[in-house]
Design a protein around this ligand. Structure first.
Ligand SMILES: [Zn+2]
Length: 86
């Protein structure tokens, strides 16, 4: 199969290209970047302790789309005061 051959070549190239990079950067995997991106969003919100989020420029309500400065956590989404079930 031609596909098998090209796939094998691709994997082989990838491995040989990765090896020196791992040596120079130590043990910082790509997952570190993903965590940092996630953290950037959740840091402001802190779902466990904070019930609302403040956005100075305004942000869209997850339920109705209205742009508001303050949104409250509800079922894992951020909604405006009108949509929040108190
Ligand atoms: Zn709303």
């Amino acid at each position: 199969m031609a596909e098998d051959v090209s796939l094998d070549e691709f994997l082989h190239d990838d491995e040989s290209a990765e090896a020196p990079a791992e040596d120079s950067t130590g043990s910082e995997p790509t997952s570190d970047d993903g965590t940092a991106t996630d953290r950037g969003e959740s840091d402001d919100i802190e779902p466990a302790t904070t019930t609302y989020a403040w956005s100075g420029d305004g942000a869209a309500c997850a339920a109705c789309g209205t742009v508001v400065e303050r949104r409250w956590q509800q079922d894992g989404s951020l909604v405006c005061s009108a949509c929040k079930e108190w």
